[in-house]
Design a protein around this ligand. Structure first.
Ligand SMILES: Cc1cc2nc3c(=O)[nH]c(=O)nc-3n(C[C@H](O)[C@H](O)[C@H](O)COP(=O)(O)OP(=O)(O)OC[C@H]3O[C@@H](n4cnc5c(N)ncnc54)[C@H](O)[C@@H]3O)c2cc1C
Length: 494
């Protein structure tokens, strides 16, 4: 290894404003040798650079645009354990024991972020605890079995919230039950990626921006990396370019389905936003449609629409606004003062791509919407495998690189996404419809019971042990007017 340092002797002091991103960019203009060359300075590339540099390797990061250019610099900063693939499916695919191990690794990834994101390391990073996942449908039973599994088998603190509690915290009838993760947290997302870059530099990593990698030759022991104005040689290459990797490994890029996600931040909303949204951390619905939290005291940051084609985030201000209005009508017509977005890479199986493709050629991509903890985990796994022979990345081997279908895959992805959103909206509408119908039923039963009592036609006493049935309606002519059933035709509204 090149520069060897004892990681335990490193001290990481706080990252200044200048270090936190707004510094002059340095491009690679001279030939260089390193132990590890990382392609891409997003969350993945920088997490690996930080961990490898802390472990004593000489590290060069090559970034085609600038630090955090894509999703990593345009995200909400929510840090949750786990993966895009639901836990039950993960267990089905790889068995209980391995699922527990992978889940534990994902929690360690989250703890890596927490340790880096201290106020001391990254001033104004704004770390706050607690994330609430809410259900669009009435799914109490499913929720309880998931809670038990999380708490007991996966050692993850999670608390079930009944509908009343969710609705006391969030003034909307859109959501039903909730799972509160008190140890999940959020940070200021953009500040984190720049803070990570500054910590990696401090640990000795060199980061070159405006330096696209145009080709690689990974056949020899010393691998060659070509950029427009210089060459680099390294023992290891890590491909952390997400969907934009392009020429150096086009076939790898094609194993990811690009999904652009967009978000907006409202103008200040004043105190009313706290009356309507009483939960302080991030809220996300279990169908992955909405994700939001209050920022800067009284503004609402809201992530919602997605496409499989690149578009300007400004175009989506209107749909973010409409989405906010449909969930929280009491907020009225909010003004969206900022928009942002980026492309995430989704794999066909929902699990990230982490591991060694060929000797000395590594990949860390495909994190979908959970890049914060998974990129941190990939950083730990890859750096430790290269530098200390830890081979736990092999737990990801069952999830192979699968071609995402090219253009047809994007079209299918868009349709599936739209269908998924439409079907979860329909399921939500149906759940709310059922809820309203139940209330009306209870009201009607109460009225019938009252009418029956008044007319002396109440249900006969049931023998003990027999569940009472709902009393049949009294014959219309004999019943007083107030005993008329009140059921109305109700449309399923969105
Ligand atoms: C709106 C939005 C909100 C999100 N919110 C959250 C959230 O709250 N929590 C969470 O966990 N995740 C969230 N995500 C997901 C998360 O942002 C991503 O999973 C993560 O940023 C992916 O990181 P990455 O490093 O793999 O990719 P990227 O951020 O895409 O970084 C890859 C970098 O590689 C560079 N590159 C590519 N090819 C080359 C090349 N040939 N040469 C040189 N450089 C190259 C690119 O320029 C780019 O900068 C969100 C995403 C979006 C879009």
């Amino acid at each position: 290894m090149g520069i060897l340092r004892n990681a335990m002797n490193e001290t990481f002091t706080s990252v200044s404003q200048e270090e936190a991103g707004f510094r002059e960019r340095i491009r690679l203009s001279f030939d260089l040798d390193a132990d590890i060359c990382i392609i891409g300075a997003g969350l993945a590339g920088l997490s690996i650079a930080l961990e490898a540099a802390r472990l004593g390797a000489s590290v060069a990061v090559l970034e085609g645009r600038h630090i955090g250019w894509n999703a990593s610099g345009n995200q909400l900063g929510t840090v949750m354990p786990g993966f895009a693939l639901p836990l039950t499916e993960l267990i089905e695919r790889i068995g209980f024991e391995d699922a527990i191990e992978l889940w534990t690794l994902s929690k360690q990834g989250a703890e890596f972020v927490r340790a880096n994101a201290s106020e001391e390391n990254m001033p104004d990073i704004g770390l706050t605890d607690g994330v609430l996942e809410v259900s669009n449908v009435d799914a109490g039973d499913r929720l309880i079995s998931r809670l038990q599994m999380l708490n007991e088998d996966f050692d993850t603190e999670a608390e079930g919230w009944q509908v009343d509690r969710v609705r006391a915290a969030l003034k909307t009838d859109r959501y039903f039950h909730g799972v509160h993760y008190p140890k999940a947290f959020q940070v200021e997302g953009r500040r984190y990626v720049h803070g990570l870059a500054a910590l990696a530099r401090r640990a000795g990593a060199r980061i070159f921006e405006d330096t696209p990698v145009v080709s690689i030759d990974h056949s020899g022991i010393r691998k060659r990396i070509v950029t427009p104005s210089a060459r680099l040689r390294a023992a290891h290459i890590v491909l952390a370019g997400n969907i934009h990797l392009g020429a150096p490994m086009r076939r790898l890029s094609e194993t990811l389905l690009p999904v652009w996600r967009y978000a907006g931040i409202t103008a200040p909303l004043g105190d009313r936003v706290h009356e309507i949204i009483g939960f302080k951390g991030s809220v996300m619905d279990s169908d992955g449609v909405d994700h939001f939290r209050i920022v800067d005291g009284d503004r609402l940051m809201w992530e919602s629409p997605e496409t499989t084609w690149a578009a300007r985030p400004q175009r989506f201000a209107g749909s973010v606004k409409r989405r906010i209005r449909s969930i929280f009508p009491e907020l009225g017509n909010v003004e969206i003062s900022e928009t942002f977005g980026g492309a995430t890479g989704q794999t066909v199986h929902g699990m990230p791509q982490i591991g060694e493709l060929r000797k000395g050629l590594w990949v860390a991509s495909g994190f979908g919407r959970q890049g914060m903890n998974i990129s941190a985990m990939s950083g730990q796994l890859i750096a430790r495998s290269i530098l200390s022979g830890d081979d736990r990345w092999k737990l990801f081997s069952p999830f192979e690189l699968v071609w995402a279908g090219g253009t047809a895959g994007r079209v299918a992805g868009q349709l599936v996404g739209l269908w998924g959103r439409a079907s979860s909206a329909a399921a939500g509408s149906l759940a709310r419809y059922r809820e309203r119908a139940q209330v009306k039923d209870r009201e009607r039963e109460a009225r019938l019971a009252k009418a029956n009592r008044a007319a002396g036609t109440g249900p006969r006493r049931q023998p003990s042990g027999v569940r009472p049935r709902v009393a049949p309606p009294a014959p219309r002519p004999a019943a007083p007017k107030e005993a008329e059933p009140v059921a109305e035709e109700q449309g399923v509204s969105q």
